[in-house]
Design a protein around this ligand. Structure first.
Ligand code: NAD
Ligand code: DAU
Length: 359
C-alpha cells in the first residue's frame, strides 16, 4: 500500500466494482481497500490479476456491518468511499425484494452512519478532502415515452421496480446525510453498463453465453424496450472524474448516448458472433432468438442526458456501442473458463426460477 491515503471501494468484486478496482490499480498510485460480501454476484476471480498487488487489499464483509466498516475506516483512513455494493438485478428483485431492501436501503444506511462518524472524527484537512461517492442508476427516474427528452439530474424520481425503488431510497439517504449532517457526498446515476466480468444473468452476457451454448436468446415481450448502453470502463473513468472534480452534494448523470432497442442489441451481438465464431451449421445466431413472457412492470425506455458531465467535468465516452460490444465479445470468447465457473451451482437454480415459467 502506498503512503497516500487509499480509497475504500464497496462491492469491488462485482461487475462494475471489479472493473473500477482493476482500472484504479492500473491508473493511480494510491491504494484501494475493497470491501465485498461476495454474494452470488461477487467473484474474487475478477481480481485474480491483482491478488498479489500491494495497492489492493480485499476484505470480505458487508456494508451493513457497521462495526466492521468502522474498524476499516479507522485502520486505513481512506480519503474517499465509493459505494458500488448493491443487489443489482431487476428480475431478482421482482422474484424476491427482501435482499434489495436489506442491502440497498438498510446496508447503505449503516454504511452512511459509519462513514459519517469517521468523517466527524477526522482532522480538518482530512475532512475537507474526504468524499462519499454513491453509485446509482438511471432506473430511479422511471420510464420514458418514445419521444420524451432524456433524463437530466432534475428529472423526478419515479422508480418502478423493487430494485429501482431500493436504489432511489439509498439515493435519498445519501442526499439527506449531505443536507442534514454536511457529509461531502457525490451521487452518480448511470445507464446500462456492459463489458468484461458482467454476470451472465444480464441481457448481453446472458445472450453471449446462450448463443455459444446453442440455447435460446430470450427476449422479453416485444423486444422494443430501449436502454442507453455504456461500456463499463467509460463508466469507471466517469466515476474517477466525479471523485476528483465533482461538486460536493451534486448528482451527475452518466450515459453513453447509445439508445438501442433490446432486439437490436441482440441482433447486433449475433452479427458480431457470426463473424468471430460462426455456428457449425452456417446459420446466424439470430436463429436462436426466442420471444418470451415480458418482465412484470417492464420500463419501456431509459435515456440519459449526460450534458452536465460533459460541460462541467469534460467527460465523454471513448467507446461507441459497436466498439465496446466487439471488445466485450472478444473478452467472453477469451474467458470461457470464467463463464464456466460462474454458471455452475446456484446459477442453474436462478435460470430455472426466472425462465422456466416464461416459455
Ligand atoms: P453486481 O451485482 O455485479 O455487483 C454487486 C457487488 O456488491 C457484488 O460483488 C456483491 O458481492 C457486492 N455486495 C452485495 N451486497 C453487499 C453487501 N451487503 N456488502 C458488501 N458488498 C455487497 O452489480 P454491478 O452491476 O456491478 O453494479 C454495481 C453498482 O452500480 C450497483 O450499485 C448498481 O445499482 C449500480 N449500477 C449498475 C449498472 C449496470 O448496468 N450494471 C448501471 C448503473 C448503476
Ligand atoms: O439502467 C441501469 C440498470 O441496468 C442498472 O441499474 C441495473 O443494475 C442493471 O442490471 C441494468 O438493468 P436492466 O434491467 O436494464 O438490465 P438487464 O440486462 O436485466 O436487461 C436489459 C434489458 O433487456 C431490459 O429491458 C430487460 C431485457 N431482457 C433482459 C434479460 C435478462 C430481456 O429481454 N431478456 C432477458 O433475458
Amino acid at each position: 500500500m502506498s503512503a497516500k491515503p487509499p480509497v475504500l471501494v464497496t462491492g469491488g468484486a462485482g461487475f462494475i466494482g471489479s472493473n473500477f478496482v482493476l482500472d484504479w490499480v492500473r491508473n493511480r498510485d494510491d491504494g484501494v481497500i475493497n470491501l465485498d460480501a461476495l454474494t452470488y454476484a461477487g467473484n474474487l476471480e475478477n481480481l485474480a490479476g491483482i491478488s498479489a498487488n500491494p495497492k489492493h487489499t480485499f476484505i470480505k464483509g458487508s456494508i451493513g456491518d457497521r462495526e466492521l466498516v468502522r474498524d476499516i475506516l479507522t485502520k486505513y483512513r481512506p480519503k474517499a468511499v465509493v459505494n458500488f455494493a448493491a443487489e443489482s438485478h431487476v428480475d431478482r428483485s421482482i422474484h424476491d425484494p427482501s435482499a434489495f431492501i436489506q442491502t440497498n436501503v438498510v446496508g447503505t444506511y449503516h454504511l452512511l452512519e459509519a462513514v459519517a462518524e469517521y468523517w466527524n472524527d477526522c482532522e480538518a484537512d482530512e475532512r475537507a478532502e474526504f468524499r462519499f461517492l454513491h453509485v446509482s442508476t438511471d432506473e430511479v427516474y422511471g420510464s420514458l415515452d418514445e419521444n420524451s427528452p432524456a433524463f437530466t439530474e432534475d428529472s423526478r424520481y419515479e422508480p418502478n421496480s423493487p430494485y429501482s425503488a431500493s436504489k432511489a431510497a439509498s439515493d435519498h439517504l445519501v442526499r439527506a446525510y449531505h443536507h442534514t449532517y454536511g457529509l461531502p457526498t457525490l451521487t452518480t446515476n448511470c445507464s446500462n453498463n456492459y463489458g468484461p466480468y458482467h454476470f451472465p444473468e444480464k441481457l448481453i452476457p446472458l445472450c453471449i453465453h446462450n448463443a455459444l451454448k446453442g440455447t435460446a436468446l430470450p427476449i422479453y415481450g416485444d423486444g422494443r424496450q430501449i436502454r442507453d448502453w455504456l461500456y463499463v470502463l467509460d463508466h469507471c473513468r466517469a466515476i474517477r472524474r466525479v471523485l476528483d472534480a465533482g461538486q460536493v452534494g451534486q448528482t451527475y448523470n452518466i450515459g453513453g448516448r447509445a439508445e438501442m432497442a433490446n432486439i437490436d442489441v441482440v441482433k447486433t451481438l449475433c452479427r458480431i458472433l457470426d463473424e468471430r465464431r460462426p455456428r457449425a451449421d452456417g446459420k446466424s445466431y439470430s436463429a436462436q432468438i426466442t420471444f418470451v413472457a415480458d418482465r412484470p412492470g417492464h420500463d419501456r425506455r431509459y435515456a440519459i442526458d449526460a450534458a452536465k458531465m460533459e460541460r462541467e467535468l469534460g467527460w465523454t465516452p471513448e467507446e461507441t456501442f459497436i466498439s465496446g460490444l466487439r471488445k466485450t465479445v472478444e473478452w467472453y470468447l477469451n474467458n470461457e473458463n470464467w463463464v464456466r465457473n460462474v454458471t455452475s451451482g446456484n446459477y442453474r437454480n436462478w435460470m430455472e426460477a426466472n425462465y422456466g415459467a416464461r416459455q
